[in-house]
Design a protein around this ligand. Structure first.
Ligand code: CTP
Length: 135
């Protein structure tokens, strides 16, 4: 049984999110996803996600390529999460290229190419340009 672990916010769930989760799952037998908490996002980016942690957890959990989800409380705990879930492979998008190589002693670390032209930030910016009021 090969376990793959990955992490993200997955706000305003989009095709880039779906593809990286599907490709991650194909690398093993079980995909575990750490979903960053609202507080972690606020501390990282200064804004809260549009969708709450509970909503993001519900969406990601419903995907057939995802076996288990958990809240990612801190960026510093990745090594602990990798050990706790007995992950064999850590998958991240290549916007993180090299950033998690420090975990190579715990598991294989694979960076997959991002889907071009889409991100949660781009969707939010686009909606604001279209006249949506920031929440
Ligand atoms: N991802 C991807 N392709 C995209 C956007 C994201 O493969 N176009 C991947 C990221 O590399 C990461 C995972 O999806 O491994 C979760 O990314 P997240 O930061 O939640 O998504 P973004 O849309 O990039 O969000 P933001 O704009 O807030 O940075």
């Amino acid at each position: 049984m090969k376990t793959v672990i990955t992490f993200g916010t997955y706000d305003l769930f989009h095709i880039g999110h779906l593809r990286i989760l599907q490709r991650g799952r194909q690398l093993g037998d079980r995909l575990v996803v750490g979903i960053s908490t609202d507080e972690l996002n606020f501390s990282k980016k200064g804004i809260k996600p549009i969708f709450s942690l509970a909503e993001r957890v519900e969406i990601i959990s419903a995907l057939s390529c995802v076996d288990e989800v958990f809240p990612e409380e801190s960026l510093e705990l990745k090594g602990d999460y990798i050990k706790a879930y007995k992950a064999d492979i850590l998958v991240m998008g290549d916007d993180w290229q090299g950033k998690f190589d420090c975990h190579k002693s715990l598991c294989e670390v694979i960076y997959l190419p991002r889907t071009s032209g889409i991100s949660s930030t781009l969707i939010k910016d686009h909606m604001i340009k279209m006249g949506a009021k920031p929440l």
